[in-house]
Design a protein around this ligand. Structure first.
Ligand code: UT7
Length: 326
């Protein structure tokens, strides 16, 4: 059976580190509160000149180098992002130009923090159908430019970064075994960036109301996320007839350490089977899972033949999972 497999990974985070102590200088918060409630110690923030496609390009170049693949061999580029360079053209088209991937079609995908796994679902389907052979899937965000740095309930949470994977078909036992994507638009007001679209186009009023920044009802989101992800993780394993004990690694979206721990507890996974890097980067939305996969690969945690579970939850609401055999 043909399925897609990740043949290489790459990631990039900006050099500039912003610690919790730095944030204590600009909003009424504390290092202790942020660590206790979220697990975040620091995050990376771009300098003024970097846009999302710049981060995406750095991550993609590493993935190409690691697979020894030329950009001209890619036939599709998907960029999962909610903080693209411009409303249009797509960030994927800017990336296509930067890489010189002349034969690739390119489009963006918006499923907020679940974007990378939505992208994996699409890439897997397109490879299985034979429509595409070599797909570059990138999750990239510059959320710092959409963050209200006077709002302590959101500004401590997010960070910038990008992760990329190259996918191609395989008939071996490795690859993507299943992907699962879901949404519930009735809870769209829990996380959003209201301004700048056709509903609230940019005006003096939308600027004064700070509608061009991310808004989140954190505690309500937290409760739905814990409930949804615990259930999703168990169901994904059941659908693959796997027991949690057969899982080697859980790579979750890095939104909140307490959410990650709740899912791990429900599955009975020990700490060493859960990949966590939220302390270094905060929540990088659609970039968080591909950055984590790349770091897991670099540190030898993705071993051939082993089962890895990916799961994410985010604005929309959207949620998604994937079961991979490495
Ligand atoms: O990636 C997409 C999905 N995103 C998520 O899944 C994120 C889900 N939500 C969360 O991670 C958590 O809800 C937060 C970390 C955002 C907040 O943690 P919480 O335990 O839910 O806190 P809370 O919102 O209930 O706020 C508790 C208190 C409040 O004060 P009062 O009303 O009890 O006096 C907040 O005003 O903490 C206060 N607070 C802060 N205090 C210090 C909120 N933000 C801060 C802050 N520093 N940065």
């Amino acid at each position: 059976m043909l399925r897609a497999r990740i043949i290489s990974t790459g990631s990039y985070v900006p050099e500039n580190v912003v610690t919790n102590t730095d944030l204590e200088q600009i909003v009424d918060t504390s290092d202790e509160w942020i660590i206790e409630r979220t697990g975040i110690r620091e995050r990376r923030i771009v300098d003024g000149n970097q846009a999302t496609s710049d981060l995406a390009c750095e991550a993609a170049l590493k993935a190409l180098k690691n697979a020894d693949v030329k950009a001209r061999d890619i036939d599709l580029i998907i960029v999962a992002t909610i903080s693209g360079d411009m409303p249009f053209p797509s960030t994927a088209c800017f990336l296509q130009q930067k890489l010189g991937a002349k034969k690739a079609a390119a489009f963006d995908l918006n499923a907020a923090c679940s974007g990378f796994l939505y992208g994996l679902h699409i890439a897997n389907s397109l490879i299985k159908s034979g429509a595409h052979k070599k797909i570059l899937l990138v999750g990239a965000e510059v959320l710092s430019k959409f963050t209200d740095w006077s709002d302590r309930t959101t500004c401590v949470l997010f960070g910038d970064g990008a992760g990329a994977v190259l996918l191609e078909g395989t008939k071996e036992k490795c690859g993507i075994y299943s992907t699962h994507i879901y949404s519930d638009g009735s809870l769209s007001d829990l996380i959003s960036l209201p301004g700048g679209g056709s509903k609230y186009p940019c005006s003096k009023e939308t600027i004064l109301k700070r509608l061009h920044f991310m808004k989140m009802k954190g505690n309500e989101t937290f409760k739905v996320a814990v409930r949804t992800l615990e259930e999703l993780a168990s169901r994904t394993l059941e659908e693959n007839s796997l027991d949690p004990s057969q899982l080697s690694l859980l790579i979750p979206h890095q939104a909140n350490l307490r959410i990650i721990q709740a899912t791990a507890k429900r599955l009975g996974l020990s700490t060493e089977k859960v990949f966590i890097n939220i302390e270094k980067y905060g929540n990088t939305s659609s970039a968080s899972i591909p950055i984590a996969i790349d770091e897991a690969v670099q540190s030898g945690k993705c071993r051939e033949g082993e089962y890895i579970l990916l799961e994410a939850f985010g604005g929309g609401l959207t949620w998604a999972s994937a079961l991979i055999r490495w």
